[in-house]
Design a protein around this ligand. Structure first.
Ligand SMILES: [Zn+2]
Length: 364
């Protein structure tokens, strides 16, 4: 079953357009990455902006139109739009501040957790562990399961903008840890929209999978109810059919017989129409719509390890997350999944078990 995404090809531009429109504003395309907007007064006030303005969706567009306001993730306009459009969250970029960022013993932890096959793992203690800002994109989807009744809920999916991997573990932590809003100045370079788009694709895939799993469970309940109603319907028309047959058997008058036959025919048609209607009523239509995007910044420890394969050496940058107390495993070169068991191929590709084709029988 496929999940219908309400705004399937959503990008930042479309998100802005829809958000402005949903809040009662008006948007006009003015050129590449430029939008003319008439904002409702509440949004204009929240964003400390004029009601009538030009929005630039890229640095280039902002340069071509000096009076335009930047509308990229993290700017006051985007914050106001996201806050109003989604009804949840008031800032689009926020930061987590951590008191303790672990730097010690990380290389040893990497050696303990990661198993590299057919190569040699080397750590270099003279290379320091550094701390760098990493980013998550937090997507809120409204998932709806529409059938004879409608079930709806908000699903939060967090994707690392550094690795493009969905992180289910961090969702709870993000709910409980205080974050502080960051405002990006209007002349700062825009947030890399390519990474956000890639993250959105990953989030959509995840949302689809979750909706599929839920649909499957929901479907069995629906089909039981459908069967019940379909049986009732069939019983009713069977009874009508029996009655009409009896009348036909007793009827001698040709004209009256024809009338009964017409009725039989009509009843048959009605039955199949009613059944089709019932099928439509009970058809499960899962839908998903993006309601908001937020970006969360978190400082993480970062260090390099070296993987020697023959004469070649590959440097792998690993990240340690002090919030979750978790070493983020490296990513498979082919399927982008996290892997703790890494197979290094002759052409120096780093692959997970399934991509390497070694399966469960592989030995390290
Ligand atoms: Zn893989």
């Amino acid at each position: 079953m496929s999940i219908l995404f309400d705004r399937d090809n959503v990008d930042i531009k479309e998100f802005i357009v829809k958000s402005v429109e949903r809040t009662g504003g008006i948007v006009d395309e003015m050129g590449d990455d430029l939008l003319g907007a008439l904002l409702p007064p509440e949004i204009a006030a929240t964003a400390a902006s004029d009601s009538v303005l030009t929005l630039a969706l890229s640095q280039k567009a902002a340069e071509s139109e000096p009076d335009a306001a930047m509308a990229v993730i993290g700017t006051p306009i985007m914050d106001a739009l996201i806050g109003f459009a989604s009804g949840i969250g008031t800032t689009s970029i926020s930061a987590i501040y951590l008191d303790n960022i672990r730097k010690k013993g990380l290389k040893e932890e990497a050696e303990r957790i990661l198993t590299y096959s057919q190569c040699r793992l080397r750590t270099d203690n003279s290379v320091p562990v550094t701390v760098r800002d990493c980013y998550y994109a937090v997507f809120h989807f409204r998932l709806a399961f529409v059938s004879y009744e409608k079930r709806e809920r908000i699903e939060t999916i967090v994707v690392s903008l550094d690795t493009n991997v969905v992180n289910n573990v961090v969702v709870e932590a993000l709910r409980s840890i205080p974050t502080e809003p960051i405002f990006i100045s209007a002349d700062a370079p825009p947030f890399d929209s390519k990474r956000i788009k890639a993250a959105y694709e990953s989030a959509k895939k995840e949302a689809s999978q979750r909706a599929q799993t839920e649909s499957a469970a929901y479907l069995s309940a629906i089909s039981r109810r459908f069967q019940l109603e379909a049986n009732r319907l069939a019983e009713y028309y069977d009874q009508t059919d029996r009655e009409l047959r009896r009348r036909l058997d007793k009827e001698a008058d040709q004209k009256k017989r024809e009338s009964v036959i017409t009725k039989q025919h009509a009843a048959k048609l009605e039955k199949s129409r009613k059944l089709a209607e019932l099928g439509e009523k009970y058809r499960l239509r899962p839908r998903a719509a993006l309601t908001s995007i937020q970006i969360v910044r978190q400082p993480k420890s970062c260090f390099n390890i070296f993987v020697d394969k023959g004469k070649q050496t590959r440097t792998v940058t690993l990240i340690y997350d002090s919030l979750l107390g978790r070493l983020e495993p490296p990513i498979c070169d082919r399927c982008d999944c996290e892997m703790t068991r890494i197979f290094v191929t002759g052409s120096n590709e780093h692959l997970c078990i399934s991509c390497s084709g070694k399966g469960a029988t592989a030995v390290s």
